[in-house]
Design a protein around this ligand. Structure first.
Ligand code: FIX
Ligand code: ZN
Length: 437
């Protein structure tokens, strides 16, 4: 079968009986399954980061998405829950969400999908046999197996230079791992600068809270040094729904006076994840964050006033998605990416992705996993492929019905743009494929 094979839409296949042509939907599904994805945002760590990397059944079950759902069913108060060990917490969550209730939510089905993909019992009466399986796994063989099951070639980590546990690893010699790209995450700097100013200064930078020119150039030096140390593919920060730019505030001054110039100097994009309301319920810890509608004029101002910078933007509020597409049509230095966090549910992914295809063609990055636990890659990418296949097929079908035949090669290119080359182009990095990793 040559890549130039014309792929028929159902309508044209029906119209011309007799000639054996590939079905469009089947081809899209096949190409999606065969294209290794670059996962542009995760909270995973390469093996050299040791305990920072989470994997196995206890981490899968104590994922904050499941904790949020657990507290809706359980009479256990968060304060009591946090006094338990991780294993005890996992047992509680398994009993409540997978035994006493049927796992039908996106996050609970995710755990089931992982167990199924690994050939494990999806309804054991106790977690003991599952724990035995995971204890036996050796990361050297296990990571390639999980990447293969997930159909991904590499992930981008979230690396915080102000996290002492992580900074230690970076200050030690470590073998880079091309399957795990790094990203310089600057939330503590941008959103909690006064609290972290002393820590930055303790690393030898003249940062002080007056944020005068000297302080800003020292912070720029801090950012540049860490970006080089990590060989980061992009810099990133999440921002609240109240984020405004320019507004003369600390966030805006750090962005304009230090971070954006540093991005330009190193020719790396800045990823902004906008619309999070941190800790609306602190009792739930990581599960206590929420979302809010943001004023995206800040993004317009950034893209216009920093035209030489490249931006990767993801917005958390469902109501912000359409406007983000419109702004991307106005500014070619803006790459929308992912259906972030509370949006990563098939019904909403479908809506957002269809709108983006209609308004941006293939000039966006449809999804990232935001995986915190290694095996989550399996179900998050399985779900993404399952949700996107019919949407992509329908979109291609409409193009065929409008009069433009489509080839196997065209479909390959569409999928490659969405899940690989847009990211490679934006970061100037050629990521390994499955074979080479
Ligand atoms: O800011 C982020 O990168 C968010 O993805 C996280 O803070 C969040 O906890 C998460 O895991 C979402 O999926
Ligand atoms: Zn994240």
């Amino acid at each position: 079968m040559s890549d130039g094979t014309i792929v028929r839409s159902p309508a044209s296949a029906r119209a011309s009986s007799g000639s054996p042509r590939e079905s469009l939907a089947g081809t899209v599904e096949e190409v999606l399954a065969a294209t290794p994805v670059i996962d542009v945002h995760t909270h995973l760590f390469a093996p050299s980061f040791g305990e920072l990397g989470l994997w196995g059944i206890d981490d899968l079950l104590t994922y904050h998405y499941l904790e949020a759902e657990f507290f809706r069913f359980s009479s256990l108060r968060p304060s009591e829950y946090w006094t338990l060990s991780k294993q005890q917490r996992a047992d509680e969550i398994w009993q409540t969400l997978f035994v006493e209730n049927h796992p039908i939510s996106e996050a609970t089905r995710g755990v089931i999908s992982v167990l199924d993909a690994l050939g494990l019992d999806t309804a054991p009466s106790s977690l003991a046999p599952l724990r035995e399986f995971f204890v036996e796994q050796k990361l050297a063989e296990y990571i390639p197996r999980v990447f293969d099951l997930a159909g991904i070639s590499s992930v981008v980590m979230t690396n915080d230079p102000l996290d002492p546990a992580e900074a230690d690893v970076w200050n030690r010699d470590r073998e880079p791992d091309e399957r795990f790209h790094s990203a310089l995450r600057l939330d503590r700097l941008v959103n909690e600068f006064p609290e972290h100013c002393a820590l930055i200064a303790s690393q030898g930078y003249g940062a002080d809270t007056d944020l005068g020119c000297r302080a800003l150039s020292e912070i720029r030096r801090f950012v540049v040094d860490w970006c080089k140390r990590m060989d980061a593919v992009y810099m990133a920060a999440s921002l609240p729904d109240t984020f405004a730019f320019p507004d003369g505030g600390i966030q805006a001054r750090l962005l304009s006076g230090a971070i954006l110039p540093a991005c330009l100097e190193l020719d790396v994009p800045l990823a902004l994840m906008i619309g999070v309301r941190r800790q609306v319920n602190p009792a739930l810890r990581l599960a206590g964050d929420a979302a809010g509608l943001a004023d995206l004029r800040a993004v317009e101002n950034l893209c216009r006033d920093y035209a030489d910078n490249r931006f990767l933007v993801s917005v958390l509020s469902r109501e912000n998605q359409h406007q983000l597409c419109i702004i991307a049509r106005k500014f070619s230095n803006l790459m929308p990416f992912g259906c972030w966090w509370f949006l990563n549910n098939p019904s909403i992914v479908e809506e957002i992705t269809r709108e983006r295809l209609e308004m941006l063609g293939t000039s966006f990055i449809p999804q990232h996993s935001d995986a915190r636990i290694l095996e989550q890659l399996i179900y998050k990418w399985r779900n993404t492929r399952r949700t996107l296949a019919p949407i992509l097929a329908k979109t291609c079908e409409l193009a065929v019905e409008d009069g433009r035949p489509i080839t196997h090669c065209d479909i390959h290119q569409i999928v490659a743009h969405l899940f690989r080359t847009n990211f490679e182009r934006w970061t100037g990095r050629h990521a390994p494929t499955l074979e080479s990793s």
